[in-house]
Design a protein around this ligand. Structure first.
Ligand SMILES: [Zn+2]
Length: 293
């Protein structure tokens, strides 16, 4: 794994040092708001937090194992395969993602390994867990109400990564990024990545904004820290590789609600693309803004 990491690093260094005419656009200089694929809709990515039995759930973060199994079975029946966002983005780059759906688990709850993994494995699915790099083995102290939930430990994260589950960064201290000064943004993105790369023994290429909160400086910091993509929640003018929209899935979501949510996602994609094309066309909002003194 170390040699793989070395290869990625030296490949990136090679790009930076290449003469300008031959240099490829390095990953870290991609425009922040670019669509994941130009002109295309965004991939369908489901957002989970905790899979467990919970009496109290004020933030509606928890899906019961039974309900989760039903939702995964529903995807399977429809000929869809749940995958990590890393795998989804790779397949998408080759136009081979039409049967794939991204499965994401925010916060890195210990119940991911206990309940979600065995159900996903039964269907040959994979997923991404976004963990808070400096809180491994602790609990969700940032949620002041509701039950305390244990977070995955360092050992569990190492084990999950070596079994092929994607581990992404959810920053440090579960802090929202918008409004933080530049140095703090750099620490949140770079330091969390560095810590997690030590734990997983390989590259960490995915980021997920705590609370789904993203603005332009936050997305630029994530890009500059060398991540390949980042997950947000809502569609926005930043929708693209560094602000992938996701669909919240809760304990009330059976087959018809999931179908409706997929339709709503496609509709929001279409509206986002329409706004983007209006903004970018000659004489559009962006052109007008740029002409201002
Ligand atoms: Zn979170």
């Amino acid at each position: 794994m170390d040699s793989e990491r070395g290869t990625v690093r030296s490949a990136q260094a090679g790009v930076t040092n290449a003469p300008p005419d031959r240099a490829r656009l390095p990953r870290s200089r991609r425009p922040v708001g670019e669509p994941a694929l130009p002109g295309s809709s965004s991939p369908w990515i489901l957002m989970y937090h905790s899979v467990a039995v919970e009496k109290e759930d004020p933030y509606q973060l928890t899906v019961s194992p039974e309900r989760f199994a039903e939702q995964i079975a529903w995807l399977h029946r429809r000929g869809q395969r749940g995958v990590s966002v890393r795998e989804l983005m790779r397949a998408r780059a080759h136009g081979r993602d039409d049967k794939l759906v991204g499965l994401t688990f925010d916060d890195g709850y210990a119940d991911f390994a206990r309940y979600a993994v065995p159900i996903l494995q039964a269907y040959g699915f994979t997923a991404t867990a976004y963990v808070v790099a400096d809180l491994l083995g602790q609990d969700n102290g940032w949620d002041t109400e509701g039950p305390r939930k244990k977070l995955l430990t360092v050992e569990e994260v190492t084990e999950l990564a070596s079994a092929g589950w994607e581990i992404g960064s959810h920053g440090l201290g579960h802090q929202a990024l918008p409004g933080l000064p530049a140095e703090a943004l750099a620490v949140q993105t770079r330091e969390s990545r560095r810590l997690l790369e030590e734990v997983v023994g390989g590259p960490v290429t995915g980021f997920c904004y705590p609370y789904g909160a993203v603005d332009l400086p936050a997305a630029a910091a994530v890009r500059d820290a060398g991540y390949d993509y980042a997950c947000a929640i809502a569609h926005s003018p930043l929708t693209g590789r560094y602000a992938l929209p996701r669909c919240y899935v809760g304990d009330r979501d059976g087959a018809w609600r999931l179908r409706a949510k997929k339709g709503r996602h496609r509709l929001r994609d279409a509206v986002t693309e329409l706004k983007r094309s209006r903004r970018d066309r000659p004489g559009g909002e962006r052109a007008v803004a740029e002409r201002r003194p």
